[in-house]
Ligand binder design. Structure first.
Ligand code: ZN
Length: 168
Protein backbone atom coordinates (compact mmCIF):
# COMPACT_ATOMS: atom_id res chain seq x y z
CA UNK A 1 0.00 0.00 0.00
CA UNK A 2 1.08 3.55 -0.57
CA UNK A 3 0.09 7.09 0.33
CA UNK A 4 -0.89 8.92 -2.82
CA UNK A 5 -0.37 12.60 -3.53
CA UNK A 6 -3.61 14.55 -3.04
CA UNK A 7 -4.10 17.15 -5.77
CA UNK A 8 -4.98 20.64 -4.57
CA UNK A 9 -6.88 23.66 -5.87
CA UNK A 10 -5.43 24.82 -9.18
CA UNK A 11 -4.73 21.30 -10.45
CA UNK A 12 -6.81 20.87 -13.64
CA UNK A 13 -7.70 17.24 -12.83
CA UNK A 14 -10.00 18.58 -10.07
CA UNK A 15 -12.00 20.39 -12.77
CA UNK A 16 -12.42 17.36 -15.02
CA UNK A 17 -15.76 15.68 -15.51
CA UNK A 18 -14.56 12.13 -14.83
CA UNK A 19 -15.33 9.23 -17.18
CA UNK A 20 -17.40 6.21 -16.09
CA UNK A 21 -15.45 3.39 -14.44
CA UNK A 22 -15.79 0.30 -16.63
CA UNK A 23 -13.13 -2.15 -15.44
CA UNK A 24 -13.45 -3.71 -12.00
CA UNK A 25 -10.04 -5.36 -11.95
CA UNK A 26 -6.91 -5.90 -9.84
CA UNK A 27 -5.63 -2.41 -10.64
CA UNK A 28 -8.82 -0.96 -9.19
CA UNK A 29 -8.52 -3.02 -5.98
CA UNK A 30 -4.92 -1.94 -5.42
CA UNK A 31 -5.74 1.70 -6.17
CA UNK A 32 -8.71 1.66 -3.79
CA UNK A 33 -6.51 0.25 -0.99
CA UNK A 34 -4.05 3.10 -1.55
CA UNK A 35 -6.86 5.65 -1.60
CA UNK A 36 -8.29 4.36 1.69
CA UNK A 37 -4.84 4.57 3.30
CA UNK A 38 -4.36 8.08 1.87
CA UNK A 39 -7.79 9.21 3.13
CA UNK A 40 -7.14 7.89 6.64
CA UNK A 41 -3.63 9.39 6.77
CA UNK A 42 -4.81 12.84 5.64
CA UNK A 43 -7.10 12.48 7.70
CA UNK A 44 -10.34 12.83 5.77
CA UNK A 45 -13.80 11.27 5.47
CA UNK A 46 -13.88 10.86 1.69
CA UNK A 47 -11.59 10.83 -1.33
CA UNK A 48 -12.54 10.94 -5.01
CA UNK A 49 -10.38 9.36 -7.70
CA UNK A 50 -9.56 12.63 -9.45
CA UNK A 51 -8.22 13.98 -6.13
CA UNK A 52 -5.35 11.53 -6.63
CA UNK A 53 -5.08 12.28 -10.36
CA UNK A 54 -7.34 9.54 -11.76
CA UNK A 55 -10.19 11.00 -13.87
CA UNK A 56 -12.60 8.06 -13.39
CA UNK A 57 -15.91 8.01 -11.52
CA UNK A 58 -15.31 6.39 -8.14
CA UNK A 59 -14.61 7.38 -4.55
CA UNK A 60 -13.91 5.93 -1.10
CA UNK A 61 -15.41 7.12 2.19
CA UNK A 62 -15.30 6.57 5.94
CA UNK A 63 -17.51 8.81 8.05
CA UNK A 64 -15.97 7.60 11.31
CA UNK A 65 -19.47 6.53 12.40
CA UNK A 66 -19.29 2.99 11.04
CA UNK A 67 -20.03 3.66 7.38
CA UNK A 68 -17.12 3.06 5.04
CA UNK A 69 -16.66 1.78 1.56
CA UNK A 70 -16.28 2.32 -2.15
CA UNK A 71 -18.73 3.50 -4.79
CA UNK A 72 -18.28 3.61 -8.56
CA UNK A 73 -20.41 5.57 -11.01
CA UNK A 74 -22.50 7.20 -8.26
CA UNK A 75 -25.86 8.83 -8.87
CA UNK A 76 -27.80 10.76 -6.24
CA UNK A 77 -31.56 10.63 -5.80
CA UNK A 78 -34.20 11.97 -3.42
CA UNK A 79 -32.14 14.85 -2.03
CA UNK A 80 -34.17 16.20 0.86
CA UNK A 81 -34.12 18.73 3.72
CA UNK A 82 -31.29 21.14 2.96
CA UNK A 83 -29.06 22.51 5.73
CA UNK A 84 -25.85 24.54 6.04
CA UNK A 85 -23.01 22.88 7.95
CA UNK A 86 -19.25 23.47 8.00
CA UNK A 87 -17.53 21.63 5.18
CA UNK A 88 -13.90 21.29 4.14
CA UNK A 89 -11.95 19.47 1.43
CA UNK A 90 -8.59 17.68 1.36
CA UNK A 91 -7.90 19.47 -1.94
CA UNK A 92 -8.44 22.87 -0.26
CA UNK A 93 -6.54 22.00 2.93
CA UNK A 94 -7.33 23.95 6.09
CA UNK A 95 -10.46 26.06 5.76
CA UNK A 96 -14.02 25.03 6.60
CA UNK A 97 -17.15 26.92 5.60
CA UNK A 98 -20.91 26.42 6.02
CA UNK A 99 -22.12 24.74 2.83
CA UNK A 100 -25.67 23.94 1.80
CA UNK A 101 -26.33 20.21 1.30
CA UNK A 102 -29.26 17.85 1.56
CA UNK A 103 -29.59 16.21 4.97
CA UNK A 104 -30.79 13.01 3.30
CA UNK A 105 -30.14 11.38 -0.04
CA UNK A 106 -30.11 8.04 -1.78
CA UNK A 107 -27.07 6.92 -3.74
CA UNK A 108 -26.95 4.32 -6.48
CA UNK A 109 -23.73 3.01 -7.94
CA UNK A 110 -21.57 -0.09 -8.17
CA UNK A 111 -19.37 -1.95 -5.70
CA UNK A 112 -15.80 -3.22 -6.25
CA UNK A 113 -17.12 -6.16 -8.29
CA UNK A 114 -19.31 -3.94 -10.44
CA UNK A 115 -22.54 -5.10 -8.79
CA UNK A 116 -25.27 -2.48 -8.35
CA UNK A 117 -25.64 -0.99 -4.86
CA UNK A 118 -28.06 1.46 -3.32
CA UNK A 119 -27.43 3.27 -0.03
CA UNK A 120 -29.76 5.52 1.94
CA UNK A 121 -27.76 8.19 3.71
CA UNK A 122 -28.38 10.89 6.27
CA UNK A 123 -26.27 13.54 7.97
CA UNK A 124 -22.50 13.33 7.51
CA UNK A 125 -22.71 10.31 5.20
CA UNK A 126 -25.19 12.09 2.92
CA UNK A 127 -22.91 15.14 2.90
CA UNK A 128 -19.89 13.00 1.95
CA UNK A 129 -21.82 11.37 -0.91
CA UNK A 130 -22.81 14.79 -2.29
CA UNK A 131 -19.30 16.24 -1.84
CA UNK A 132 -17.55 13.28 -3.55
CA UNK A 133 -20.07 13.03 -6.40
CA UNK A 134 -19.48 16.74 -7.02
CA UNK A 135 -15.71 16.03 -7.27
CA UNK A 136 -16.36 13.52 -10.05
CA UNK A 137 -18.24 16.25 -11.95
CA UNK A 138 -15.24 18.58 -11.57
CA UNK A 139 -16.99 20.59 -8.88
CA UNK A 140 -15.62 21.76 -5.50
CA UNK A 141 -17.55 22.82 -2.42
CA UNK A 142 -16.47 26.45 -2.89
CA UNK A 143 -18.50 26.44 -6.12
CA UNK A 144 -21.61 26.03 -3.94
CA UNK A 145 -20.82 29.12 -1.82
CA UNK A 146 -21.76 32.69 -2.61
CA UNK A 147 -19.01 35.11 -3.69
CA UNK A 148 -18.34 36.26 -0.12
CA UNK A 149 -18.06 32.68 1.16
CA UNK A 150 -15.69 31.75 -1.64
CA UNK A 151 -13.51 34.80 -0.95
CA UNK A 152 -13.39 33.92 2.75
CA UNK A 153 -12.25 30.33 2.08
CA UNK A 154 -9.57 31.50 -0.36
CA UNK A 155 -8.40 34.15 2.10
CA UNK A 156 -8.01 31.53 4.84
CA UNK A 157 -6.23 29.22 2.42
CA UNK A 158 -3.71 31.92 1.45
CA UNK A 159 -3.12 32.76 5.12
CA UNK A 160 -2.41 29.11 5.96
CA UNK A 161 -0.09 28.74 2.96
CA UNK A 162 1.80 31.85 4.01
CA UNK A 163 2.21 30.45 7.52
CA UNK A 164 3.49 27.16 6.11
CA UNK A 165 6.05 29.00 3.97
CA UNK A 166 7.19 31.24 6.82
CA UNK A 167 7.20 28.41 9.35
CA UNK A 168 9.46 26.34 7.05
ZN1 ZN B 1 -13.18 17.30 -1.39
Amino acid sequence: MAILQIRTLGDPVLRERCRPLERFDAWLRATVEDMIETMHAAPGVGLAANQVGIPLRFFVYDDGEGHQGFVANPELFDLDAFEEIDEGCLSIPGPFHPTRRALRCRLRGQDLDGRPIEIEAEGLLARIFQHETDHLDGKLYIDRLDAAGRREVLRQLRELELKRVQGG
